[in-house]
Design a protein around this ligand. Structure first.
Ligand code: FES
Length: 108
């Protein structure tokens, strides 16, 4: 399990959500009322743009729509779109059996 910590733009509000392999970050936000804004949910508006600590370690690689959005704004890791990002379906071995690892996601 991974504890995903979502923090708002001001750094004043955050919430920790338990995530499992393959979970969509947007679903975690919806289930736990995380302080991440959404609008289109389709990789076009950028409302859900976040900065992620170590995005390659626990998140799946961006799909084409997200890659296009980020490239169009000259952004790359650690930026991600919360409406598109998912936890990897196969977490690194040490994380798959730990409840202590955290993934920090904050509004960009
Ligand atoms: S909500 Fe519009 S890009 Fe994610």
């Amino acid at each position: 399990m991974v504890e995903v910590v979502f923090t708002d733009a001001a750094g004043e509000s955050s919430i920790a959500c338990p995530g499992k392999p393959g979970d969509a970050l947007a679903d975690l936000c919806d289930d736990h009322e995380a302080p991440i804004p959404f609008a289109c949910r389709g990789a076009s508006c950028g409302a859900c743009l976040v900065v992620v600590d170590d995005p390659h370690y626990l998140l799946s690689d961006p799909e084409v729509d997200e890659r296009d959005f980020l490239a169009g704004r000259n952004l790359s890791a650690p930026h991600r779109l919360t409406c598109q990002a998912r936890l990897k379906t196969r977490l690194p071995e040490v994380q798959a059996h730990s409840t202590s690892v955290q993934l920090h996601v904050r509004v960009s």
